[in-house]
Design a protein around this ligand. Structure first.
Ligand SMILES: [Zn+2]
Length: 126
């Protein structure tokens, strides 16, 4: 078992099992919900920049930003106009971007470039 859910309307995180990555990811969703109104456009702008110029000194974020900006051509998505998953940027999905970066580095803000790390201030030790 793994993964989990965040129920925004109930302010509740539920986990399927004891997967730490899922806990980090779902808690990030819960925290971002209170921040996103003011910061979502800035986060997506930064994602676009990171995808265009992946930061070599932050390899995990570079890898994630590339996928989030360009999608995965081998990952079928029948609901997508291209037939494959087009990525967070094309879907304008700030929630999964925020939570995905967070669980992608297992809440280790030191693995994020400073401009990205700033979005996690108050949530992670930065
Ligand atoms: Zn998620």
């Amino acid at each position: 078992m793994g993964g989990g859910y965040w129920f925004g309307d109930r302010r509740l995180v539920m986990l399927r099992g004891t997967q730490e990555e899922a806990a980090v990811h779902e808690l990030a969703h819960a925290w971002w919900d209170s921040q996103r109104e003011a910061q979502r456009d800035a986060l997506m702008d930064l994602l676009r920049e990171l995808g265009a110029r992946p930061p070599a000194e932050y390899p995990r974020i570079a890898e994630l930003a590339t996928v989030y900006c360009h999608g995965i051509k081998t990952q079928k998505d029948p609901s997508s106009p291209t037939g494959y998953w087009r990525g967070m940027l094309a879907e304008d999905n700030d929630h999964e971007t925020f939570a995905g970066f967070c669980s992608g580095v297992m809440a280790d803000a030191a693995q994020m470039p400073p401009a990205l790390r700033a979005f996690y201030r108050g949530f992670l030790r930065t």
